[in-house]
Design a protein around this ligand. Structure first.
Ligand code: SAM
Length: 435
């Protein structure tokens, strides 16, 4: 099935350039240039949709309103706090709400002085259009790029009817590709009447799925067992350093664990960016990761020094300092765990069944449980390492905070043990030899 290029709504076709100029006014105060460029493109497209040109009206008339999409930006602050208590996503949503508000006011101010360009849409109409862009737009391949070189967003009627599939239980049944100004949509197998059309939106974390699309996936895993869910972990509350923790094979988890531990050893989070760790302490460890893991997510940083150059690690020299750091990590993870609304495993179950009707609560619950799992994963790894280093772990009673000592997802226990193993083999081969 082919879509002609006329029905693709983007800056390639249909949308005049003045929309990007108006959008630039909206986000003029943002700092990060890449984010700003993406954001401006989204705003330009949203403004065009909010303008409701006759040519696209029949399409817009069938789109759901953002209030129908379970988007957290449409919840009250109380609902957000209740559903997502403890989650770092709460802060991200608050920032987005504030930013959307500022952007709209900037647009309104600009258009008040430039009425010849466009009639300013109401805040409600604009928010709705922005929600359509965030939940339905595709990156449009082609020569036209954003200022930061990314694909320009485009609305693609029909293709945007497809839901997102990821993980092992549900697979996509539709594929698509771009061909000279149009997109070709194909069924990859027979599709029954009424069956949901599925593509993949990419390896997206549940936090982003919830924020942009209003849903979460219970099984948000890749075939290698790595979770797509990312926990934005602040080793020091409110500090500048944020470490993206996720569960999965050691190639994903090892460098993150080391980064967190070293941050506590130094007591100075500024000095312990990923690069600092790569250059200082993990140079000889590269060979301990398997071949297919070496170029994944930070694993390359182990190869920074030459083979015979032994880079010293402060941890090698002071076991008790390292142990103290691990205990600090453990304490911090535990305190984060305590912030979550769901305190006991039984309550998680009760929460789910009791509120099965309520999708917003259900999706929030999926997200917070995945974050708790990640915390549990690193918490248990830290405890194991402390005991392997010959120290007694503090009695923290973490089982009573909603997590069993076994990680409940496939492979998670095994991956946690592999993480501990590689940590010990890389950083304490002497201790491993003695065992
Ligand atoms: C691009 S649209 C997909 C088409 C949409 N199902 C429709 O009928 O308009 C994205 C929206 O579909 C829904 N959606 C997509 N994938 C989903 C999934 N795996 N589970 C639940 N809802 C999903 C969410 O509401 C999301 O905001």
């Amino acid at each position: 099935m082919r879509l002609s290029k006329q029905v693709i709504i983007s800056r390639h076709y249909l949308i005049p350039n003045c929309f990007i100029e108006i959008a630039q006014q909206a986000s003029k105060e943002s700092t990060a240039s890449q984010q700003r460029a993406e954001h401006e493109e989204d705003i330009a497209l949203a403004l065009y949709l909010a303008n409701r040109e006759d040519a696209i009206k029949p399409y817009l008339d069938i789109l759901p309103s953002c209030m129908d999409q379970n988007l957290p930006v449409t919840w009250t602050p109380e609902e957000r706090a209740l559903r997502l208590r403890g989650s770092p996503v709460l802060k991200e949503i608050e920032i987005r709400v504030r930013k959307d508000f500022e952007d709209y006011n900037n647009i309104a101010d600009f258009l008040a002085c430039n009425q010849h360009l466009l009639k300013c849409p109401s805040k409600e109409v604009f928010s709705n259009a922005l929600a359509w862009v965030r939940s339905r737009a595709f990156g449009m391949d082609g020569e036209l790029r954003t200022d930061s070189g990314d694909a320009v967003p485009a609305m693609m009627p029909l293709l945007d009817l497809c839901n997102h599939a990821r993980g092992s239980t549900v697979s996509k049944n539709v594929s698509y590709s771009y061909e000279e100004g149009c997109v070709v949509v194909k069924a990859v197998r027979d599709i029954s009447p009424g069956e949901i059309l599925r593509i993949t939106y990419g390896a997206l974390p549940n936090s982003l799925l919830l924020m942009n699309y209003g849903f979460c996936l219970e099984e948000n895993y890749e075939p290698d067992g790595s979770s797509n869910d990312i926990l934005a972990f602040e080793p020091i509350a409110g500090g500048a350093l944020v470490i993206d923790l996720r569960t999965g094979p050691k190639s994903y988890t090892y460098s993150k664990l080391v980064q967190a531990v070293e941050c506590y050893i130094a007591g100075d989070e500024e000095d312990h960016s990923e690069n600092a760790i790569g250059e200082d302490s993990e140079s000889n460890s590269y060979h301990l990761l398997e071949d297919d893991e070496k170029d994944i997510d930070g694993a390359m940083l182990y190869s920074a020094c030459g083979d015979d150059e032994r880079c010293s690690s402060p941890c090698d020299n002071d076991l008790s300092l390292e142990c103290e750091a691990l205990k600090n990590l453990e304490t911090r993870l535990l305190s984060l765990l305590r912030n979550y609304k769901l305190e006991k495993v039984e309550r998680v179950t009760a929460f789910d069944s009791q509120l099965a009707e309520n999708t917003q609560n259900r999706f929030s619950s999926i997200l917070t449980r995945s974050e708790m799992r990640t915390i549990s994963f690193f918490l248990q790894a830290a405890r194991r390492i402390i005991s392997m280093l010959g120290f007694k772990a503090d009695d923290l009673h973490y089982n009573s905070y909603g997590l069993s000592s076994n990680l409940d997802c496939p492979n998670l226990n095994k991956q946690m043990e592999e993480l501990v193993d590689v940590y010990m083999r890389i950083r304490h081969p002497d201790i491993i030899l003695l065992r």
